[in-house]
Design a binder for this molecule. Structure first.
Ligand code: GTP
Ligand code: SPV
Ligand code: MN
Length: 590
């Protein structure tokens, strides 16, 4: 045992009594212990070792083919009342849910080992950090949590001997039956239960379950925010760094933006980009009145397909050692990995993500799962910010929302003010991706990219955003919306994206510093086309003008969609947002 904390000991005793494992192992985070676990996972076939020269310390794992993404229809917010979960979450009464779960957990670890994982979300010792304890029967989970969190005995030191302020996470793989898969959150009890999955966001309970669903609820009660946001810093040639947070839905470009390589025109002047986080931000008002952000995570669980030396070299270099690859292609010739979009040379002699023989030169089937991922330590990232471990976090100048919209949303626009910015976030819509089970490419409303991750009533969540704006006053970050995904009539992306997105971020920072002009439109402020630097791109001013157009007809239709979406929230929709919608409609009909 690694702690004298009675609350921890009591809860772990209860979990042992319920799951009845053959052994209990407390994870101290030591290299010795982790090495033994890696060896054990390799010996049982749960993980495979990769080429020790090309990919030192790297492991490959394949999940069950029915268990490859988050399962939103099996995810529940079990608040004390249905009202508290709100219209956008699945809800079940906590006692009724426990009555379903308890028999499934009873004896589920028979003959197995239970691992007790203490971890800190956020730098150990930071006022903004929080402790969790996850019990699991999966070594894959332990090894991933080691990369994704500050895992081990220091987390217990941070918690102390008497505190009860830790999130309890119970995970069992059970028999991976999709019909019995449950990802349940009990916000009032600080606890999470996950069963019948072995995949990423369903089982690494520090990530979406704690750092977003439970933490968003805690943040509302404690006056801070937990958001599905990347955090990046842009350093100017004078060495000053300004920080931006951006919320995009799953698989819509957070990791890529967070690690972008500045285009030549900026690089040669001495601009640099630094990554603080790629998925989750915890935001709090600092003593100076500004909004400060930490990344509660310690690694990246990034989308593999499409990651290559051109699109995201920093991510690729991050995965060159000590990385776990899940559901990618195994190249048998040299024991390395491959995925669609890595390069133009798929391996001939390989296994696909299901472990079946696969010849990339002839196969018409995809070799890697579209939601295959890498789990890589932040310390490997060539552009990791020197503030990554700063317990204070970093001050935020701008908040950026965005999604995948083939039409409607322009390349970039700025909200008129904070409240209008909350409206802009609340009306976000995006095409669905492979990150969650279900149809791909369907446009749905995904406010602040938090639809699958808000742990309480989304009407109250909007009210909390408005409240934060009141507290921040004139120190509030400016709010913007971007869309890298507009397509032409043939369905091709018009904007080059990736590193070139910095051109848009530069206008955003210039706006924050009062250095750039704007054009007022019905939906917000847009750049003057000549204020987006196109030097070195083969995009002309007319194409840029196209990317910035606001089609009143499409927006009127969108406003009807917003109206219908807002109707779900009834009285809980803040009056301010209703006013914003009415003002938008007025402006559109002028
Ligand atoms: P989660 O980890 O699921 O929350 O996703 P994420 O938001 O971090 O998404 P990520 O950066 O991994 O991007 C997912 C997909 O979007 C990849 O296939 C990328 O290649 C693609 N993508 C990212 N940025 C751009 C861009 O600027 N333009 C285009 N066209 N595609 C992009
Ligand atoms: C997402 O789906 O937004 C992810 C991956 O970042 S997961 O951890 O599986 O949620
Ligand atoms: Mn995510």
């Amino acid at each position: 045992m690694l702690t004298n904390n009675k609350n921890v000991l009591k809860w772990v005793d209860e979990m042992v009594a319920l799951c009845k494992p053959a052994n209990v192992v407390w994870i101290d985070g030591s290299e010795e212990q982790l090495k033994a676990l890696r060896e054990e996972a390799v010996s049982t076939g749960e993980m495979e070792e990769l080429n020790s020269e090309k990919l030192p310390g790297c492991l490959l794992h394949r999940t069950d083919p029915t268990d490859v993404a988050r399962v939103e229809d099996r995810t529940f917010i079990c608040s004390n009342t249905k009202e508290n979960a709100g219209p956008t979450n699945n809800w079940k009464d906590p006692e009724e849910m426990w009555a379903i779960l308890e028999p499934m957990y009873d004896g589920v670890m028979d003959g197995k080992t239970m691992y007790v994982i203490p971890y800190s979300m956020g730098p150990i010792g930071s006022k903004m950090s929080k402790v969790g304890v996850e019990v699991t029967d999966s070594i894959y989970v332990v090894l991933n949590m080691d990369i994704m969190t500050r895992m081990g005995k220091d987390a217990f030191v941070h918690l102390g001997d008497t505190s009860n302020d830790f999130v309890r996470g119970l995970h069992a793989k059970a028999d991976l039956d999709p019909e019995k898969r449950y990802i349940c959150h009990f916000p009032e009890k600080n606890s999470i239960c996950s069963i019948n999955s072995g995949y990423g966001g369903n089982v690494l309970l520090g990530k979406k379950c704690f750092a977003l669903r439970i933490a968003s609820y805690q943040g509302k009660n404690e006056g801070w925010m937990a958001e599905h946001m990347l955090i990046l810093g842009i350093e100017n040639p004078q060495g000053e760094v300004k920080y931006i947070c951006a919320a995009f839905p799953s698989a819509c470009g957070k990791t890529n933006l967070a690690m972008l390589i500045p285009p030549e025109i900026y690089a040669k002047q001495g601009y640099k980009v630094w990554t603080v986080g790629d998925d989750i931000a915890w935001l709090r008002q600092g003593d100076d009145g500004r909004l400060w952000a930490i990344n509660p995570e310690n690694g990246f669980f990034g989308v593999a397909p499409g990651t290559n030396l051109k699109s995201n070299p920093n991510a690729l270099h991050t995965t060159e050692k000590d990385t776990i690859f899940t559901n990618v292609v195994h190249n048998l010739d040299n024991d390395t990995v491959w995925w669609e979009g890595l390069d133009k040379n798929p391996p001939k002699h390989a296994l696909d993500w299901k472990g079946n023989p696969w010849d990339g030169t002839t196969s018409t089937e995809k070799g890697a799962h579209p939601n295959s991922r890498f789990t890589a330590p932040a310390r490997n990232c060539p552009c990791i910010s020197k503030e990554f471990n700063n317990p204070q976090g970093v001050p935020i100048s701008a908040i950026v929302f965005g999604g995948r919209r083939a039409k409607t949303a322009p390349l970039v626009y700025q909200s008129f003010d904070w409240d209008h910015g909350v409206f802009v976030g609340s009306i976000m819509a995006s095409e669905t991706t492979a990150a969650a089970a279900g149809a791909v490419g369907v446009v749905r409303r995904d406010p602040m990219a938090m639809l699958p991750f808000c742990g309480y009533h989304m009407g109250d969540y909007f009210a909390h955003w408005l409240e934060m704006g009141k507290k921040l006053g004139d120190k509030a970050p400016k709010i913007f919306n971007v869309n890298w995904f507009r397509t032409d009539d043939e369905g091709h992306f018009i904007w080059p994206g990736f590193g070139d997105n910095m051109r848009v971020l530069m206008w955003i920072l210039d706006r924050c510093e009062g250095k750039a002009d704007a054009v007022e439109t019905a939906i917000g402020y847009e750049p003057k086309p000549e204020d987006i630097n196109l030097e070195g791109l083969n995009i002309d001013l007319d194409t840029l003008k196209d990317l910035l157009t606001v089609d009143p007809q499409l927006w009127k239709e969108d406003a009807d969609g917003i109206e219908a979406f807002y109707a779900k929230f009834g009285d809980k929709l803040p009056a301010k947002l209703r006013e914003e919608l009415n003002s938008l409609k007025d402006r559109l009909s002028k």
